[in-house]
Design a protein around this ligand. Sequence first.
Ligand SMILES: Cc1ncc(COP(=O)(O)O)c(C=O)c1O
Length: 496
Amino acid sequence: MLKQNLNLTVDKKLAKKAKYLVIADALRQAIKEGQVAPTEALPSARKLAQQLAVNRHTIMAALAELVAQGWVEAKERSGYRVVENLPIQTSLATKKVHQASKDFDWKFRLKQNLPVTPKIKASQYPYNFSGGQPDIRKFPFDEFKSHFAQTCQRPKIDNLSYGDSRGEAELINEISTYLRRVRSITDKELMICNGSQEALYMIAQLLLQPGDKVAVEQLGYPPAWAAFERTGAELTAIKQDERGIVPEHLAQVLAQGKVKLLYLTPLHQYPTTVSLDISRRMQIYQLAQQYGVAIVEDDYDHEFHYDSQPIAPMAADDPAGLVIYISTFSKLMFGGARIGYVVANNVLIEQIAAYKMLMNHKSNVLVQQTVAKWMQQGGFEGHLRRMTRLYQKRRDFMVLQLKSYQDKGLPIHFVVPAGGMAIWLDTGKSIVGLKEKLMAEQVYVQTELEFNRFKALPDKEYRFIRLGFAAMNEAEVEQGLSIVMEALYGKNLRVL
Ligand SMILES: Cc1ncc(COP(=O)(O)O)c(C=O)c1O
C-alpha cells in the first residue's frame, strides 16, 4: 500500500546543508518514528515534492541518499519502500555485541591499575585559592593571537612535519637565552616538553626501576611523586623545617643506599614556599655527588619573586652535571598551554628526546613557534613585568587581610613569602574536613593533607592550608578569605 501522507519536519536551521539532505533527514526521522513501516511504500516523489514545495529532482536526490544509507529501496515501477531490516536494527545488534564485551575483564588484562579519582576542577569555584593558579583573565590573548596569525601566515613547512623531538630551535634558543640571563644557567642542553609533568615522567622512566628509592621533601608535589612511583620506585621523605630540607636527615637516608634521585623545589618549596638555605644547598649537592644521586630541581614559578633577586638555582652551579632542571610556562601563561622544558647534560637530553619520540614525537609546533615570536618581540617580558607587579600587590593584599584576622584575635600564623603565588597558612586548628566544608561554600583550597603522604608522624595535627593569591582580584580574595575564616572560627566573619 502506498503511504499517502507523512508528517515531515524539515529543520530550517540547517540552512547551510543541501536541501535534499535536509529532506532525507526528515524522511529518515519519519521512518524511525514508525510513520511508515518496514516494507511499506513511501508517498510518491510527486506527492512529496508538492507537500514540501520543492522540485521533484530534489526529492529524487533525497530518496537516492536514503537508498545509499540503507533505509529505503527502489522497487521497479512501484516507487520506494522502506527496507525490511532498518539500519537502526543492525546498529542495535552491533550494540548488543559490544555490550557482551563488557564482560571482558579489562581489569585482569591491565598491567597496571591506575587510581581513577574524579577530577575536581578548581577553576570552577568562584573563590579559587588553588596554590599555583595564575590569573588567566589577564593573559594578553589579542597580542598572542597576532603572533599566532603571523605563525600561520608564514608557516615553516619543514618543521610542521615529524622530526626533532627536542622542540622548535627558535623557542629553545629564546628560553636558553632567558634562563642564562635570569637563572644563570649555562653549559646545558634544553628541550621542550608537553609541560614539566611530561619531563618528570620521562626522567622517571629513564632513570628509575623497581627497588630504587627517590628522596623527596616531606611535604611536596603529588603529581611528581606519582610519576616516580609509577616505575616501581619507592618514595622516602626527607624532613624539612623553616630553612628547607634537613641535610643531616638526607645524609642518613642516603647512607642506607638505593636512592637514585632527589626531587627538590628549592626556590619556593612546594607547598610551604620556604627557600632552601644556601649553605644547605651546598651540603645537599655534596651529598648527592658523594652517593651518585641525580637531583631533579623543579623551578616551577621562579619568575615571580618580589623583594629581591631570587637565589640562583642549583643547576647554575653544577660542576658534576648531576642536576636536571625543569620548569614550565604554566604559571606565566596557563596550564593548558602545555609548554615546559628540561635542562640537563647532553647525554641525558638525547635519551629524553628519544623517549619523547616514542610517546608523542614532538610538542605542538604552532604553539612553540608562536611563543618564540612572543618572546622575540618582547611581549613575554612585558607580560611578565605586569604580572609580577600585580601578583606582588595581590600578595601584599592577602597579607594585610590575614593580619586583620590576626588583629581580630584569630590564632593564625604565616611567613610572608618572598615570591611564588601562595601563602602557607597555619590556621591554628585541625583542617581535617575543611576542604569539603569549603567546597560546599564555593571556595576551593588545598590543605596540608594533600601534600603529605607520609603519615608516619604519629601525633601530628594537620593545621596548614595553601592559599594562592595570584588568580583572584582583591574583592574575590577578601570575600573568599572571610568564608575560610568563618568556616574555621564561626563568629560571623563573612563579608559578601
Ligand atoms: C611543583 C610544581 N611543578 C610543576 C608544575 C607545573 O606542571 P606543568 O608544567 O606540567 O603544568 C606545577 C604546577 O602546578 C607545580 O606546582
